[in-house]
Structure formats: C-alpha cells, structure tokens
Design a protein around this ligand. Structure first.
Ligand code: HEM
Length: 441
C-alpha cells in the first residue's frame, strides 16, 4: 500500500502537528484512496474510499473497535462514557441513553433549546438595530452548552458556564495533544500534560458532581428522576462516577461539535448573501415557532445550508478504529490490530463524489435522492452519533432565531480564519462577523 516513508513523516512532523487537515489533504492527493503510514506493528491505514469507510464503520463494524490512541486520550477526560466505550458496555449505555433522543422527547425539548438560543442571542446582541463586530464562535459555544444543559439535564448551566467552557476547551486541547503524541505516556507520570489533565478533570468532576447531587435529591411526582437524560441515568442504577462520565461525554460531544459547526455556517452565510437572503425569505414564509424535527419539509433551504456546511466543515474530522481480528480492506488482507483512519474532512472533499467540492452550494442537498455515499458528518453504522437529530434541529433553530432579526456580513479586509483541528474543527482565533439588526435596514 502506498504512503509516506518514515523519513517523509519525520520531515512533515511539524506540519502534521500544526495543520493535520492540510496534511491529510496532501497525503490523499499524493497517494490515493488507500494510504499506509509507517508505524511499527500492525498497519495504520487512511481509508479514503467511501466503500472502505462503510465496510469498517458499518458492514464489518463488529470487527472494529475503538481501542485507538484517539479514544484512549478522550477517555482520560470522559471515562468510558458512551462515545469512548467499546462493546460490551457500549451497547448497554446506548440503550440507556437512547430514549432521551427519541422523537417525542426531541419535540418536547424544542422550547428549552429555543430558550437557550434566545438567552444567548439577547445577552450578546440584544434587540438593537446597530451594526457591530461580534465573535460568533463565542456566541455559539454559549448556545451549545446551554442547549445541552437545558434539554438533556434540565439544568440551567449558566452559573457554571464560564468554568465549564474553560474546562472543556482545556480538556479538548490536552486530549488532542495526547492523541497526537507519538509515544504513549503512562497516565501516572507527572508530565505537564498529565498534571494539567488531572486538574481539568477534577474541575469537571466537581461541577458535574454538583449537578448530580442536586438532582438525586429532586424527584418527579411519579417518584422517579424524570425523562431527560440525567433522569434516565439516575434511575438506571448507575453509580455517580458512571453518571458523571456520561454527563462529561455529552457536554463535550454535544457542545464543541455544534458550536464549531454553527460558527462555520454563519461564516458561509456571511460570505454568500444570496444564500442568506433565500434563507431569510424562507423563514419569513414560516413565521411560527421552529421545532427540532421535520425541517427537510418545512424549511428545506435552511436545512440544506446546514447539510452543506457540515460537508465543508465536518466538526468530527477524523474517526479511528482498530480491527479486532484479520479482515480485508480495500482488497488487501489486514491483520488484527490494524488501525483505520477515516476522515469525513477528506471524504467530503472528494472530486469523484462532489462536483466543485470546495464551493458552498446548498442546492446539492435539495434533492433527497442524490447519492451521498461520501457524506458522514455524524459517522456511520451502529456508532452513528446519538445526538444527530438533536444537533441538526438545534442548528436550524439557531439559524431561524438569529437570522430573522440579524444580517451577517464579513468585515472589511476579510480573510477566513484558519480551520483548526481540535476535538472538533474550530476557527482559529474565533469568528468575527459584522452583525446588523435587521430593523435598522
Ligand atoms: C458520536 C459527530 C453532535 C453525542 C458521534 C460521531 C460523530 C459525531 C462523527 C461518531 C464517532 C465515531 O464513530 O467514531 C457529531 C457532530 C455533531 C454532533 C458533527 C454536531 C454537529 C452531538 C450532540 C450530542 C452528541 C449534540 C449529544 C448531546 C454523541 C455521542 C456519540 C457521538 C454520545 C457516541 C455514540 C455511540 O458511540 O453510541 N458524533 N456529533 N453529538 N455523538 Fe455526536
């Protein structure tokens, strides 16, 4: 299998660390759809053919686990929560959490998510009519966190917001650093990263511990802890540590991703005024409240904007799996222990799958019959994102609340922020956009 040599990797060391997204694009351009990285032991392969990705994530999913450096690093913060755990405990956790994401439940929490959006938008932008430069990345982080708190834990996290945002972004940075280090370091060694990681985890422990303790003492008239995710977890008999792992998982997986995705979506709309006008016209034709479900029918353009933005800027830019036994991938036999790296960032930019892949063209998604084999912003197969419908609904809701009353433009002398591959893909240095109250136009 073609791929860079150890010498190539040593030469590229700095650029891999500084900008892994460009490195991946470069490697795929150079070596094609199946790339081998020079590592000791079982092979490490980059799979950039949609059929190979489907094989690992879906068809042969039971033969590929999450025992990878990436997930081991994440588990240092989340413990064996739903995202980082492997079979057999994963299936139990998935069954437990699933009802919190069922359709009826999502319909019921729409108002809480709308309230989270309104609170953040009003606090930051007010209902004024002037024009100002706003870092929309900070705004979307607030919204993402608040929405998770209200919808999944029935908790107002605003008292903890700054601490949680600081702790999760520090945790994300450390997890990425650990995930990229070449030599695994023992977690007990007093390295700088380990010490900082332990401190961050203690901070997250204490905040989530408070939330859990408060809820243990509160029961519904039925005598249980309620229908939201936290209630389900508490009533399942899990101990506090396991509940904490799920809470931290949901806070990180549920707000970092949505916040990053929304920042890029708002940027794309600021850059494409025609798309923004069309979105506002669609909203004007639907003045009522927007729910978390059913947008493909009610707000098809808004939903297509979200889909296209997730194609260009998929927050989960690389997924990893390790084979539990021998398998055949890309026509090659691979041994147990093979590492597979699947990058939605790369697959979404394949010229074979997407004509003019780098252009923002939401109309691609208006045709429901269009083949989208190379589209997996939420993963694929049994480990598909449990928060997919929630996230899509939240994004449409944010766009509807924000763009009804505000126009977005890029500031003078605009150049796009660099896409930084953290736990999710974030705009480096924030996303400053010009925001104008529509009433002043
Ligand atoms: C899993 C992406 C929002 C919770 C995943 C996976 C992806 C993903 C790609 C699969 C990872 C893999 O196969 O290795 C996204 C994106 C989001 C988003 C792009 C937003 C735009 C959310 C939200 C929540 C959430 C809002 C919860 C509130 C989870 C969990 C898993 C997961 C718990 C693990 C599921 C399992 O393995 O059973 N997500 N996610 N995500 N996501 Fe999301």
């Amino acid at each position: 299998v073609p791929g860079p040599t150890s010498l190539d990797m040593a030469r590229a060391f700095r650029s891999v660390r500084a900008d892994p997204l460009s490195f991946l694009v470069d490697v795929a351009d150079r070596y094609g759809d199946l790339v081998s990285f020079p590592v000791p032991g079982p092979p490490a392969l980059l799979l950039n053919d949609p059929a190979d990705a489907r094989h690992v994530l879906q068809t042969a999913a039971r033969g590929w686990g999450k025992q990878t450096v990436q997930y081991a690093a994440l588990a240092r913060v989340t413990g064996p929560g739903l995202l980082a755990s492997s079979e057999p405990s994963w299936i139990e956790h998935r069954r437990l959490a699933a009802p919190a994401f069922h359709h009826e439940r999502l319909l019921a929490v729409g108002e809480q998510v709308a309230a989270a959006v309104d609170a953040a938008v009003t606090a930051r932008l007010g209902r004024g009519t002037g024009t100002e430069v706003v870092d929309v990345a900070a705004l979307t982080h607030r919204i993402g966190l608040d929405a998770v708190g209200r919808a999944l834990f029935s908790t107002d996290l605003s008292g903890h917001a700054q601490h949680l945002l600081d702790a999760t972004s520090r945790a994300a940075e450390l997890v990425v650093r650990l995930g990229r280090s070449i030599l695994p370091t023992a977690p007990w060694l007093p390295t700088r990263t380990n010490v900082r990681l332990r401190a961050t985890r203690r901070r997250l422990d204490s905040i989530t511990g408070e939330i859990i303790a408060e809820r243990r003492g509160r029961r519904s008239p039925r005598g249980d802890h309620g229908d939201d995710l936290l209630g389900l977890l508490l009533d399942s008999g899990l101990d506090d540590t396991a509940v904490r792992d799920e809470l931290v998982t949901m806070v990180i997986a549920g707000h970092e991703t949505v916040a990053g995705a929304l920042s890029w979506t708002l940027m794309l709309l600021a850059e494409h005024q025609d798309a923004q006008d069309r979105l506002r016209a669609e909203l004007d034709a639907h003045p009522g409240p927007v729910s978390l479900l059913g947008h493909r029918e009610t707000l098809p353009w808004t939903r297509a904007v979200v889909d296209e933005s997730l194609r260009l800027f998929p927050p989960a830019w690389a997924l990893s799996r390790r084979s539990l036994g021998p398998d055949v991938v890309g026509g090659r036999e691979v041994p147990a222990g093979t590492l597979a790296i699947i990058s939605p960032w790369l697959l979404h930019r394949r010229g074979e799958s997407w004509p003019t892949p780098l252009s923002f063209r939401p109309e691609r998604f208006l045709d429901p019959a269009a083949a989208r084999s190379a589209y997996l912003p939420f993963g694929q197969g049994p480990r598909l994102c449990i928060g997919r419908e929630f996230a899509l609904g939240e994004m449409v809701l944010v766009l509807s609340r924000l763009l009804r009353e505000h126009r977005l433009e890029v500031p003078a002398g605009w150049s796009r922020p660099v896409a930084q591959a953290q736990v999710a893909v974030h705009p480096q240095g924030g996303m400053p956009l010009l925001v104008t109250g529509v009433g002043s136009e």
